[in-house]
Write a protein that binds this ligand. Structure first.
Ligand SMILES: Cc1ncc(COP(=O)(O)O)c(C=O)c1O
Length: 481
């Protein structure tokens, strides 16, 4: 019943709890035990009882609505959810048990306990339009009612619509698509396409770059801990060079053993948000031209306006004023529904032949309608302008926080990193923020990453800054080793 107390005064909650206790125990549900499983039937019975209590004036309508929602959500208890996940999940990643989200609304998430959080992660940047979307829901319903799946090879009406919708926002000349379902797959396929074109297998990738977890994508991802367990730490077709270092890239290309370069223009996951220098990005483009190498820019995270500094900058490549040979795109492409693409030029794509690849779900009709609606929404909401305004608002606000703990603030658009003295400081900041109703993104070493949904409003950024100021001030007071 802690949840009840969180939504109303302790006194009121106690009264309700007392009245309900005997009733619930008779029904075999202990409402004192947070981990108790409440079945739908029991939940309904309790709701009816609460309605009766409400008649006696105990509850406001708002509180009643929240209690009903909580009871619905607790059809599966937190206890059961965590227990089954612990028991049955292959532990490829750390299980996050602290918050169990059940619904979303804009930049807000509500968890199974009825707590509300502002989100700073956007589900790894896939929920840029928020965590619920009625227009996408309707489109998916309509499409699934007519044609729920269709293989990549066959002509489709929904895909035709998406092509027409996305073409106007892509970098010039990039208009050949291969649709996939995850960023890692898109990176894998971009490497295959680049290898088919360059007729060689060598790839230059960046130190601290991140490209996903599929076999090919992880092979060009720097962190040795992601590669070593799978024997991918010594691939003779991958060479890592320092990022933002044109001399190192030039030297590697001059040797001529690798004709493909892959990079993020703002390194995220592994580097704690490190944008390229503008001259570096331009020079990398020139160097690839000079050495007949293909430049793949992984825009999976930076795309769809995440890094916009000006209206119209849909891609980090737009900000850097370069046109890569191949881009990979994903994350919020489908407004939260899985869809990704490799996008390239026709002279490159022509080197792929029927039989070189294939996909059952790539470009499926549901993904195509979700992406069409999501892109229309991003365009109508002028998402690039919003990011170009909200990003600097957040960065400037952060820079104004005069604290010895804030060692650096950097970013592009709403792709932001704050350096604190140590990883311990970062986790303490995240815990404090959670207690203030802000759910953080994952961190990189001593960098806290901030990736709020790109629809975040001015008022919400101000609220976020207020919470960040409070959290940092409280961190200053605590003694961290
Ligand atoms: C730059 C970049 N590329 C690729 C990926 C992999 O995407 P996914 O998790 O959809 O496979 C990510 C994921 O965070 C990413 O940041």
């Amino acid at each position: 019943m802690e949840t009840l107390k969180a939504t109303m005064t302790a006194k009121k909650a106690e009264k309700i709890v007392q009245t309900l206790e005997g009733y619930c125990e008779a029904k075999g549900v202990s409402i004192k035990d947070h981990g108790a499983e409440v079945t739908q039937k029991q939940g309904n019975a309790i709701t009816v009882k609460i309605l009766q209590l409400n008649k006696s004036g105990y509850l406001s309508d708002g509180m009643l609505a929240r209690i009903v929602e909580m009871l619905e959500d607790s059809e599966i208890s937190s206890h059961e959810a965590i227990k089954l996940h612990r028991r049955y999940k292959i532990p490829v990643s750390r299980l996050e048990e602290d918050v169990i989200p059940v619904r979303g609304d804009g930049v807000w998430i509500t968890d199974i306990e009825g707590r509300r959080f502002m989100d700073l992660d956007s589900n790894y940047s896939a929920a840029n339009l928020g965590y619920s979307n009625h227009a996408i829901a309707r489109a998916l319903f309509n499409q699934a009612s007519q044609l729920i799946t269709m293989k990549e090879d066959r002509v489709q009406v929904p895909r035709t619509r998406l092509i027409k919708t996305i073409l106007p926002i892509l970098p010039k000349g990039l208009d050949q698509f291969y649709w996939q379902n995850s960023g890692g797959e898109a990176v894998d396929k971009s490497l295959k396409i680049a290898k088919a074109y360059t007729k060689q297998r060598g790839v230059i990738a960046m130190i601290d770059g991140f490209h996903g977890r599929t076999h090919g994508a992880v092979a060009v991802t720097y962190n040795p801990a992601y590669r070593e367990p799978f024997g991918l730490d010594n691939e003779n077709w991958v060479r890592f060079v320092p990022f933002n270092d044109d001399a190192a890239l030039e030297e590697a290309l001059r040797q001529g053993t690798e004709k493909i370069v892959i990079m993020e223009l703002a390194q995220g996951e592994e580097a704690g948000i490190r944008p390229a220098r503008r001259e570096y990005a331009k020079r990398a483009r020139e160097l690839c031209n000079e050495h007949d190498a293909l430049l793949i820019v992984d825009e999976v995270q930076t795309g769809f306006g995440r890094t916009a500094m000006k209206e119209g900058q849909w891609w980090a490549s737009d900000y850097y004023e370069i046109v890569p040979d191949i881009i990979t795109i994903g994350k919020s492409y489908g407004g939260g529904f899985p869809v990704t693409s490799v996008v390239t030029r026709e002279d490159i794509s022509k080197k792929m032949k029927p039989g070189y690849d294939g996909s059952t779900f790539g470009g499926n009709p549901l993904a195509m309608v979700a992406a069409t609606v999501a892109i229309r929404q991003m365009r109508n909401a002028n998402i690039t302008r919003n990011v170009a305004e909200r990003g600097p608002q957040l960065i400037e606000g952060l820079k104004k926080i005069k604290s010895p703990l804030v060692q650096d603030v950097r970013g592009l658009g709403l792709y932001i990193g704050i350096d604190l003295p140590s990883p311990t400081h970062v986790s303490m900041l995240q815990e404090k923020l959670k207690s203030l109703g802000i759910l953080s993104s994952l961190s990189t070493r001593n960098t806290a990453r901030l990736l709020p949904p790109t629809i975040i409003s001015k008022t919400e950024v101000n609220l976020l800054l207020e919470k960040l100021r409070t959290a940092i001030a409280s961190l200053e007071k605590s003694q961290v080793a």
